[in-house]
Design a protein around this ligand. Structure first.
Ligand SMILES: *[C@@H]1O[C@H](CO)[C@@H](O)[C@H](O)[C@H]1NC(C)=O
Ligand SMILES: *[C@@H]1O[C@H](CO)[C@@H](O)[C@H](O)[C@H]1NC(C)=O
Ligand SMILES: *[C@@H]1O[C@H](CO)[C@@H](O)[C@H](O)[C@H]1NC(C)=O
Length: 223
């Protein structure tokens, strides 16, 4: 009985009803049953066929994607790297004798000058501005000779009774401390151990800086 049912099914799938005059009652039931029954079976077969093709199609596209995906990921990486380098066109492009520290190029001058002269000598650049403790540490590590001092872009402003960077911002005294006198015509230099203040007429070496990328402006309190 079971086998007959299977054969009958297959017959219907070939679909033409050529074998209609059959003597098997079951066969007749299926193939010559009500039209909706035959239609349903045809539909079922079509769906099965469609599903089979869909599975094959999906498999093929998955294989295809697996082959192409790593390539496109690489392309994304390359594009990211590209955009990163176009954002920072000067990154790590400090040319001798400029020395790279974080996002800056620094020039440690060998000639000794007053603070004013040093300020003008850093042409096309600026006297050093120190952003934070970490930058201070990196620069001091670079100053290997003990006792040598370098003018930086920091000066006392008697009017505002505060240390003022040459970019107009006040020193954040919680972050960096200056030892020494304060007053009129007092400027700051850096050694490998500290920031020291002295008369701006004194002669020292100096550090110029060029920024590789605009540093985000931070707001400090004037305390
Ligand atoms: C992009 O940079 C990342 C790390 O920054 C690196 O792992 C990757 O290999 C680079 N890709 C290309 C294509 O240079
Ligand atoms: C430094 O320059 C400023 C203005 O540029 C001037 O007022 C000051 O007197 C100068 N200081 C010295 C010591 O030359
Ligand atoms: C000026 O320089 C100091 C020290 O690097 C920095 O903290 C401050 O944000 C700068 N101010 C401006 C307005 O760029």
């Amino acid at each position: 009985m079971d086998q007959q049912v299977v054969y009958a099914d297959l017959d219907v799938c070939r679909g033409t009803g050529r074998r209609v005059p059959s003597h098997s009652p079951l066969h007749q039931d299926i193939c010559q049953g009500p039209p909706w029954h035959r239609f349903a079976l045809k539909l079922g077969c079509s769906i099965l066929l469609f599903l089979a093709f869909a599975v094959i199609g999906l498999s093929v596209s998955v294989i295809f994607l697996q082959q192409t995906l790593p390539v496109s990921v690489n392309t994304v990486h390359a594009q990211e790297n590209l955009s990163e380098t176009t954002e920072r066109p000067f990154a790590s492009k400090c040319t001798e004798p400029w020395y790279p520290i974080r996002e800056k190029c620094l020039l440690f001058t060998s000639d000794v000058c007053t603070w004013n002269q040093s300020l003008t000598n850093c042409k096309g650049s600026s006297l050093l501005l120190i952003q934070d403790q970490e930058e201070l540490r990196l620069i001091q590590k670079r100053i290997d000779s003990v006792g040598v001092q370098f003018w930086i872009g920091l000066k006392y402003s008697p009017a505002e009774k505060n240390w003022k960077w040459i970019n107009g911002s006040f020193l954040n005294s919680e972050m960096l401390q200056v030892t020494g006198i304060s007053g009129k015509n007092i400027c700051v230099s850096i050694s490998n151990t500290k920031l020291t203040s002295e008369h701006c007429e004194a002669e020292s070496r100096s550090i110029c800086q060029k920024e590789l990328k605009p540093i985000r402006k931070k707001v400090y309190s004037d305390s």
